[in-house]
Write a protein that binds this ligand. Structure first.
Ligand code: GLN
Length: 486
């Protein structure tokens, strides 16, 4: 057993008990990166030197008998749309290729205060727009389970890094599934917390009414540990909720007896891969034998989530990305005639195809002639979807659905037809539309041995129950113990 195989909790205990030095932990994880990163390409930037320097400081403090925090000395990876002071934060876009923030996002500050060591920034779809990480301007991240397939997206780099043991935990962002779907494709755990639970100060905005930062881990317990560190009110983010501090590790209990879990049969029907369906029904049986009561629920408006999402998200993106004009922010073209030409060329050259598509779509649905037909309509349907979930949670404690309708696909399989790519988000977007928490846990493999994720959804700010259900499911299954052969 190598150190890099251990979980976050295990390695942090070994560091604290002085069974290993922090330098040994770093040597081991960077050795792992040297061995597999050339195949996987999960990282955009590695912060090796800074990591070793920090390791030295932390070790000195530990040796003096100081408490270095619950993540003391643990290597962590960060999605490249979360600002890191002095370290490039590119959003995997030519537009921000050379952007070096002069401040840390709140989540980074919290990780640092808890003793974590950031070892690198991970690849993603450009500006977090995509479901495969293929729209990255920088590189293609491969799925560690099959290097010819995508890792999912947009936080594909973070998911692939955890799946191939190139970090102990990672951060991602989830606007419509970008934590949960890659977690599902790579067989790791990914949590999209309730809207407002985690500060977004320092997260580069995509769609502000939907964006949320969240953790990836090798198991549910590690995700709870990460949540303990990053959750909590932040006055720098006006959407941050003040609900007091909780200890999410108290939810690491293998017991769901008597809990009611809702199953929306009709929603999980068409367009779902047979193997995913099979894993899903198997998951329901597992929950039943662990003592949960299974309830039929109706999420009749959920099927409109995808259309609603792609109107609201693109509308908000078109506004958020207006700032990248070559003057205030981002890449500037080298040759131009006048101001309009500068704006035009900078944006034309700086943004990739998918980002442009979304800016155009978003501008269209917000334009005066179409606002009522599209944007306003989408907001109205959003309310119906929120009400749907409210009603469902009067009947049950949590909902179980697959994380994605399919398993990871081959590179290029869906890039020609964006609608097909968007369909991968059918089971993840409702959660963002309603601001709820959702978690993806390993839930099986298809016939080609590609991972399948099972998703649990709970009421807002009920992460405790969500984690308890996810943990119980994990303890009653073996899928998370499988590792890719890389
Ligand atoms: N796949 C979705 C999209 O392309 C979700 C992305 C995300 O969650 N950042 O918009």
């Amino acid at each position: 057993m190598e150190l890099y195989n251990l979980t976050l909790r295990e390695i942090s205990e070994k560091i604290k008990n002085k069974e290993v030095s922090i330098k040994e932990v770093l040597d081991n994880v960077f050795q792992r990166i040297d061995d597999v990163e050339k195949k996987v390409d999960a990282y955009v930037t590695l912060t090796r030197d800074a990591a070793y320097k920090r390791a030295e400081e932390l070790q000195e403090r530990l040796d003096r008998g100081e408490d270095i925090g619950i993540l003391g000395g643990v290597p962590i990876a960060i999605k490249d749309n979360i600002c890191t002071n002095g370290v490039k934060t590119t959003c995997a876009s030519k537009m921000l290729e050379n952007f070096v923030p002069i401040y840390d996002a709140t989540v980074i500050k919290r990780l640092n205060d808890a003793g974590a060591i950031v070892i690198g920034k991970t690849n993603m779809d450009e500006f977090a727009m995509g479901s495969s990480t293929e729209s990255s301007y920088i590189k293609k991240t491969k799925n560690p389970w099959d290097l010819e397939k995508v890792p999912g997206g947009s936080s594909g780099g973070s998911a692939a890094a955890i799946s191939s043991d190139m970090a102990y935990a990672a951060l991602g962002s989830d606007t419509g599934g970008s934590i949960r779907q890659p977690a599902s494709y790579c067989s790791v755990v990914g949590l999209k917390p309730t809207y407002g639970l985690i500060s977004r100060f320092g997260l580069i905005a995509y769609a502000s009414s939907l964006d949320q930062i969240g953790p990836f881990g090798k198991n549910v317990e590690d995700v709870a540990l990460m949540l303990n560190v990053i959750a909590g009110h932040d006055e720098k983010d006006t959407t941050s909720a003040d609900i007091g501090k909780k200890d999410y590790t108290e939810s690491i209990v293998n017991d769901i007896k008597g809990l009611k879990i809702g199953v929306p049969h009709e929603f999980v029907n068409e367009g779902v891969h047979e193997d995913v369906k099979e894993a899903y029904y198997h998951a329901i049986e597992t929950l039943k034998s662990a003592g949960a009561e299974i309830i039929d629920i109706d999420l009749e408006y959920a099927k409109y989530s995808l259309a609603t999402y792609y109107i609201i998200a693109t509308a908000e993106a078109s506004s958020n990305l207006g700032r990248y004009d070559g003057i205030r922010y981002g890449y500037r073209t080298s040759e131009f005639d006048d101001l309009d030409d500068l704006y035009n060329k900078s944006r034309t050259e700086g943004f990739g195809t998918e980002v442009k598509r979304r800016i155009m779509l978003g501008t269209y649905v917000l334009s005066s002639g179409y606002y009522d037909a599209y944007y306003k309509r989408a907001q109205q349907v959003r309310t119906l979807i929120i009400d749907n979930f409210k009603k469902a949670f009067e009947q049950c404690d949590a909902i179980v659905i697959p994380t994605a309708p399919n398993t990871a696909f081959k590179f290029g399989a869906k890039t020609e037809n964006p609608l097909e790519m968007y369909l991968e988000d059918i089971y993840t977007v409702p959660v963002n539309i309603a601001g709820l928490p959702g978690i993806s846990v390993p839930g099986g493999f298809d016939k080609d041995h590609m991972p399948i994720g099972i998703q649990f959804i709970s009421k807002a700010f009920d992460e405790e129950k969500l984690l308890r259900i996810a943990y119980t499911f994990e303890q009653n299954t073996d899928y998370h113990k499988n590792k890719p052969n890389i």
